[in-house]
Design a protein around this ligand. Structure first.
Ligand code: IPE
Ligand code: IPE
Ligand code: MG
Length: 270
Protein backbone atom coordinates (compact mmCIF):
# COMPACT_ATOMS: atom_id res chain seq x y z
CA UNK A 1 0.00 0.00 0.00
CA UNK A 2 1.54 3.35 -0.99
CA UNK A 3 2.25 5.93 1.69
CA UNK A 4 0.74 9.18 0.48
CA UNK A 5 2.33 11.87 2.55
CA UNK A 6 1.04 14.66 0.32
CA UNK A 7 -2.53 13.58 0.75
CA UNK A 8 -1.97 13.07 4.47
CA UNK A 9 -0.71 16.63 4.84
CA UNK A 10 -3.64 17.92 2.84
CA UNK A 11 -6.33 16.01 4.67
CA UNK A 12 -5.28 16.19 8.31
CA UNK A 13 -5.81 19.28 10.49
CA UNK A 14 -2.97 21.82 10.25
CA UNK A 15 -1.76 21.08 13.77
CA UNK A 16 -1.74 17.32 13.29
CA UNK A 17 1.84 16.11 12.95
CA UNK A 18 2.25 13.05 10.72
CA UNK A 19 5.44 12.16 12.61
CA UNK A 20 3.25 11.16 15.56
CA UNK A 21 1.19 8.81 13.41
CA UNK A 22 1.23 5.13 14.21
CA UNK A 23 2.58 2.57 11.71
CA UNK A 24 -0.92 1.32 10.98
CA UNK A 25 -2.15 4.85 10.28
CA UNK A 26 0.69 5.44 7.83
CA UNK A 27 -0.31 2.35 5.87
CA UNK A 28 -3.75 3.77 5.16
CA UNK A 29 -4.52 5.30 1.80
CA UNK A 30 -6.40 8.40 2.91
CA UNK A 31 -7.84 8.87 -0.56
CA UNK A 32 -9.68 5.55 -0.18
CA UNK A 33 -11.33 5.88 3.21
CA UNK A 34 -15.05 5.12 3.58
CA UNK A 35 -17.35 8.08 4.09
CA UNK A 36 -19.52 6.08 6.47
CA UNK A 37 -18.48 3.36 8.94
CA UNK A 38 -21.07 1.41 10.92
CA UNK A 39 -20.07 -0.65 13.96
CA UNK A 40 -21.85 -3.39 15.91
CA UNK A 41 -20.08 -2.93 19.23
CA UNK A 42 -20.33 -6.46 20.60
CA UNK A 43 -18.62 -8.46 23.34
CA UNK A 44 -18.78 -6.19 26.40
CA UNK A 45 -20.36 -8.92 28.52
CA UNK A 46 -17.90 -11.63 27.51
CA UNK A 47 -14.96 -9.26 28.01
CA UNK A 48 -16.10 -8.62 31.60
CA UNK A 49 -16.87 -12.27 32.34
CA UNK A 50 -13.41 -13.31 31.13
CA UNK A 51 -12.06 -11.02 33.88
CA UNK A 52 -14.42 -12.40 36.54
CA UNK A 53 -16.38 -9.14 36.52
CA UNK A 54 -20.03 -8.26 36.15
CA UNK A 55 -21.24 -7.73 32.54
CA UNK A 56 -21.89 -4.06 33.32
CA UNK A 57 -18.16 -3.52 33.88
CA UNK A 58 -17.69 -4.43 30.21
CA UNK A 59 -20.19 -1.76 29.19
CA UNK A 60 -18.27 0.87 31.21
CA UNK A 61 -15.02 -0.14 29.55
CA UNK A 62 -16.73 -0.12 26.15
CA UNK A 63 -17.29 3.63 26.54
CA UNK A 64 -13.49 4.14 26.42
CA UNK A 65 -13.44 2.38 23.04
CA UNK A 66 -16.28 4.59 21.81
CA UNK A 67 -14.26 7.64 22.82
CA UNK A 68 -11.11 6.33 21.07
CA UNK A 69 -12.92 5.41 17.85
CA UNK A 70 -14.88 8.68 17.66
CA UNK A 71 -11.64 10.63 18.11
CA UNK A 72 -9.83 8.62 15.46
CA UNK A 73 -12.68 8.92 12.96
CA UNK A 74 -12.49 12.68 13.49
CA UNK A 75 -8.74 12.68 12.86
CA UNK A 76 -9.12 10.56 9.72
CA UNK A 77 -11.82 12.85 8.38
CA UNK A 78 -14.52 10.13 8.30
CA UNK A 79 -17.84 11.91 7.76
CA UNK A 80 -20.32 9.43 9.32
CA UNK A 81 -19.94 6.90 12.12
CA UNK A 82 -22.97 4.84 13.15
CA UNK A 83 -22.66 2.95 16.44
CA UNK A 84 -25.10 0.20 17.39
CA UNK A 85 -25.41 0.97 21.09
CA UNK A 86 -28.73 -0.65 22.08
CA UNK A 87 -31.05 -2.80 19.98
CA UNK A 88 -34.83 -3.06 20.33
CA UNK A 89 -34.18 -6.69 21.34
CA UNK A 90 -31.80 -5.59 24.12
CA UNK A 91 -34.86 -4.46 26.14
CA UNK A 92 -35.30 -8.21 26.83
CA UNK A 93 -32.10 -8.36 28.89
CA UNK A 94 -32.23 -8.55 32.71
CA UNK A 95 -33.73 -5.33 34.03
CA UNK A 96 -30.62 -4.46 36.07
CA UNK A 97 -28.46 -4.57 32.94
CA UNK A 98 -30.97 -2.48 30.95
CA UNK A 99 -31.10 0.11 33.75
CA UNK A 100 -27.32 0.21 33.99
CA UNK A 101 -27.04 0.73 30.22
CA UNK A 102 -29.56 3.60 30.24
CA UNK A 103 -27.78 5.21 33.18
CA UNK A 104 -24.45 4.83 31.40
CA UNK A 105 -25.91 6.44 28.29
CA UNK A 106 -27.14 9.47 30.25
CA UNK A 107 -23.87 9.88 32.19
CA UNK A 108 -21.69 9.44 29.12
CA UNK A 109 -23.55 11.97 27.03
CA UNK A 110 -23.57 14.42 29.93
CA UNK A 111 -19.81 14.00 30.38
CA UNK A 112 -18.87 14.03 26.70
CA UNK A 113 -21.15 16.66 25.20
CA UNK A 114 -18.74 19.57 25.68
CA UNK A 115 -15.94 17.64 23.96
CA UNK A 116 -18.27 16.62 21.13
CA UNK A 117 -19.10 20.27 20.66
CA UNK A 118 -15.45 21.32 20.78
CA UNK A 119 -14.38 18.55 18.38
CA UNK A 120 -16.98 19.58 15.79
CA UNK A 121 -18.94 16.31 16.15
CA UNK A 122 -22.65 16.40 15.31
CA UNK A 123 -24.75 13.92 17.26
CA UNK A 124 -27.76 12.06 15.81
CA UNK A 125 -29.98 9.25 17.07
CA UNK A 126 -31.70 6.55 15.02
CA UNK A 127 -34.22 4.13 16.50
CA UNK A 128 -37.38 4.29 18.58
CA UNK A 129 -36.47 7.48 20.45
CA UNK A 130 -39.82 7.60 22.28
CA UNK A 131 -39.19 4.24 23.94
CA UNK A 132 -36.13 5.59 25.79
CA UNK A 133 -36.53 6.65 29.45
CA UNK A 134 -37.40 10.37 29.84
CA UNK A 135 -33.97 11.33 31.22
CA UNK A 136 -32.18 9.65 28.30
CA UNK A 137 -34.48 11.43 25.84
CA UNK A 138 -33.83 14.75 27.52
CA UNK A 139 -30.04 14.31 27.65
CA UNK A 140 -29.83 13.09 24.04
CA UNK A 141 -32.17 15.87 22.88
CA UNK A 142 -30.03 18.55 24.52
CA UNK A 143 -26.81 17.06 23.17
CA UNK A 144 -28.23 16.93 19.63
CA UNK A 145 -29.31 20.55 19.94
CA UNK A 146 -25.92 21.64 21.29
CA UNK A 147 -24.02 19.94 18.47
CA UNK A 148 -26.51 20.71 15.67
CA UNK A 149 -24.27 23.40 14.15
CA UNK A 150 -21.18 21.19 13.96
CA UNK A 151 -19.80 20.28 10.55
CA UNK A 152 -17.23 17.54 11.24
CA UNK A 153 -17.96 13.91 12.05
CA UNK A 154 -21.64 12.91 12.18
CA UNK A 155 -21.93 10.51 15.12
CA UNK A 156 -25.11 8.46 14.76
CA UNK A 157 -26.15 6.41 17.78
CA UNK A 158 -28.55 3.53 17.11
CA UNK A 159 -30.65 3.33 20.26
CA UNK A 160 -33.64 1.05 20.76
CA UNK A 161 -33.04 0.32 17.09
CA UNK A 162 -34.62 -2.44 15.00
CA UNK A 163 -34.04 -2.47 11.28
CA UNK A 164 -37.18 -4.51 10.61
CA UNK A 165 -39.18 -1.97 12.57
CA UNK A 166 -37.54 0.83 10.57
CA UNK A 167 -38.51 -0.87 7.28
CA UNK A 168 -42.11 -1.48 8.36
CA UNK A 169 -42.30 2.12 9.59
CA UNK A 170 -41.12 3.31 6.16
CA UNK A 171 -43.80 1.19 4.45
CA UNK A 172 -46.43 2.66 6.79
CA UNK A 173 -45.28 6.20 5.98
CA UNK A 174 -45.48 5.50 2.24
CA UNK A 175 -48.98 4.02 2.64
CA UNK A 176 -50.06 7.19 4.45
CA UNK A 177 -48.69 9.31 1.59
CA UNK A 178 -50.57 7.19 -0.94
CA UNK A 179 -53.75 7.44 1.12
CA UNK A 180 -53.36 11.22 1.25
CA UNK A 181 -52.97 11.26 -2.54
CA UNK A 182 -49.44 12.66 -2.31
CA UNK A 183 -47.95 9.66 -4.13
CA UNK A 184 -49.16 6.99 -6.57
CA UNK A 185 -48.23 3.38 -5.64
CA UNK A 186 -46.58 2.70 -9.02
CA UNK A 187 -44.52 5.90 -8.68
CA UNK A 188 -42.74 4.71 -5.51
CA UNK A 189 -38.98 4.50 -6.04
CA UNK A 190 -36.06 3.34 -3.92
CA UNK A 191 -35.43 7.00 -3.20
CA UNK A 192 -38.92 7.47 -1.73
CA UNK A 193 -38.27 4.44 0.44
CA UNK A 194 -34.87 5.73 1.58
CA UNK A 195 -36.43 9.08 2.51
CA UNK A 196 -38.73 7.27 4.95
CA UNK A 197 -35.93 5.50 6.84
CA UNK A 198 -34.33 6.88 10.01
CA UNK A 199 -31.13 7.11 7.99
CA UNK A 200 -32.59 9.36 5.26
CA UNK A 201 -29.99 12.13 5.75
CA UNK A 202 -26.99 9.78 5.62
CA UNK A 203 -25.29 7.82 2.83
CA UNK A 204 -25.18 4.02 3.17
CA UNK A 205 -22.18 2.68 5.09
CA UNK A 206 -19.35 1.46 2.88
CA UNK A 207 -17.95 -0.55 5.79
CA UNK A 208 -19.62 -2.52 8.60
CA UNK A 209 -17.46 -3.72 11.50
CA UNK A 210 -18.68 -6.24 14.08
CA UNK A 211 -16.50 -7.03 17.05
CA UNK A 212 -16.35 -10.13 19.26
CA UNK A 213 -16.48 -12.92 16.73
CA UNK A 214 -20.17 -13.20 15.84
CA UNK A 215 -20.87 -13.26 12.09
CA UNK A 216 -24.39 -11.88 12.08
CA UNK A 217 -26.16 -8.58 11.53
CA UNK A 218 -28.58 -8.74 14.50
CA UNK A 219 -31.30 -6.57 12.96
CA UNK A 220 -28.96 -3.66 12.12
CA UNK A 221 -29.32 -1.52 8.95
CA UNK A 222 -30.65 -4.43 6.85
CA UNK A 223 -31.62 -2.14 3.96
CA UNK A 224 -28.62 0.18 4.16
CA UNK A 225 -25.99 -2.59 4.26
CA UNK A 226 -27.00 -4.00 0.86
CA UNK A 227 -23.56 -3.25 -0.62
CA UNK A 228 -21.42 -2.62 2.46
CA UNK A 229 -18.18 -4.46 3.00
CA UNK A 230 -18.52 -6.64 6.12
CA UNK A 231 -15.61 -6.98 8.53
CA UNK A 232 -15.77 -9.34 11.50
CA UNK A 233 -13.08 -9.37 14.17
CA UNK A 234 -12.71 -11.58 17.27
CA UNK A 235 -11.61 -8.56 19.34
CA UNK A 236 -14.14 -7.72 22.06
CA UNK A 237 -15.44 -4.15 21.90
CA UNK A 238 -13.71 -2.94 25.14
CA UNK A 239 -10.37 -3.94 23.55
CA UNK A 240 -11.13 -2.37 20.17
CA UNK A 241 -8.95 0.71 19.70
CA UNK A 242 -7.49 2.88 16.96
CA UNK A 243 -5.08 0.14 15.80
CA UNK A 244 -8.01 -2.26 15.25
CA UNK A 245 -9.90 0.42 13.34
CA UNK A 246 -6.87 0.86 11.09
CA UNK A 247 -6.75 -2.93 10.53
CA UNK A 248 -10.39 -2.91 9.49
CA UNK A 249 -9.77 0.03 7.16
CA UNK A 250 -6.74 -1.67 5.61
CA UNK A 251 -8.80 -4.80 4.98
CA UNK A 252 -11.51 -2.60 3.43
CA UNK A 253 -8.98 -0.91 1.16
CA UNK A 254 -7.84 -4.29 -0.18
CA UNK A 255 -11.36 -5.24 -1.27
CA UNK A 256 -12.67 -4.75 -4.77
CA UNK A 257 -16.20 -3.33 -4.66
CA UNK A 258 -17.84 -4.54 -7.85
CA UNK A 259 -21.55 -3.69 -7.42
CA UNK A 260 -22.51 -6.53 -9.74
CA UNK A 261 -19.96 -5.73 -12.45
CA UNK A 262 -16.97 -7.85 -13.44
CA UNK A 263 -13.50 -7.28 -12.07
CA UNK A 264 -12.31 -6.31 -15.59
CA UNK A 265 -14.96 -3.62 -15.84
CA UNK A 266 -13.89 -2.18 -12.50
CA UNK A 267 -10.21 -2.17 -13.53
CA UNK A 268 -11.05 -0.38 -16.79
CA UNK A 269 -13.03 2.29 -14.99
CA UNK A 270 -9.97 3.23 -12.88
C1 IPE B 1 -22.62 -5.30 23.30
O1 IPE B 1 -22.03 -6.21 24.15
C2 IPE B 1 -23.34 -4.20 24.04
C3 IPE B 1 -24.80 -4.24 23.93
C4 IPE B 1 -25.48 -5.12 23.26
C5 IPE B 1 -25.52 -3.23 24.66
P1 IPE B 1 -22.86 -7.41 24.78
O2 IPE B 1 -23.48 -6.95 26.04
O3 IPE B 1 -23.80 -7.97 23.78
O4 IPE B 1 -21.71 -8.45 25.09
P2 IPE B 1 -21.77 -10.02 24.87
O5 IPE B 1 -22.09 -10.26 23.43
O6 IPE B 1 -22.83 -10.56 25.76
O7 IPE B 1 -20.40 -10.48 25.22
C1 IPE C 1 -26.24 -6.41 18.88
O1 IPE C 1 -25.57 -7.15 19.84
C2 IPE C 1 -26.72 -5.12 19.47
C3 IPE C 1 -25.69 -4.20 19.90
C4 IPE C 1 -24.40 -4.33 19.73
C5 IPE C 1 -26.17 -2.98 20.52
P1 IPE C 1 -26.30 -8.33 20.63
O2 IPE C 1 -25.29 -8.92 21.53
O3 IPE C 1 -27.55 -7.84 21.27
O4 IPE C 1 -26.69 -9.32 19.44
P2 IPE C 1 -27.04 -10.87 19.46
O5 IPE C 1 -28.18 -11.05 20.42
O6 IPE C 1 -25.82 -11.60 19.93
O7 IPE C 1 -27.38 -11.21 18.06
MG1 MG D 1 -23.60 -9.42 22.35
Amino acid sequence: MPIRFTTLFLRFPYNYCPRTMSDSQLQLDVSKLPRHIAIIMDGNGRWARERGEDRVFGHYEGVLSVRAIVDECGVLGIKYLTLYAFSAENWNRPIDEVNALMELLVNTIRKEVEDLKKNNVKLHVIGDFDSLPPLARQEMGEAMELTAGNTGLNLILALSYSSRHEIVRAATKLCAMVKANQLQPDAITEDHFKQCLYTAPFPDPELLIRTSGESRISNFLLYQLAYSELYFTPVHWPDFRKKHLHEALMAYQKRERRFGKTSEQIQNER
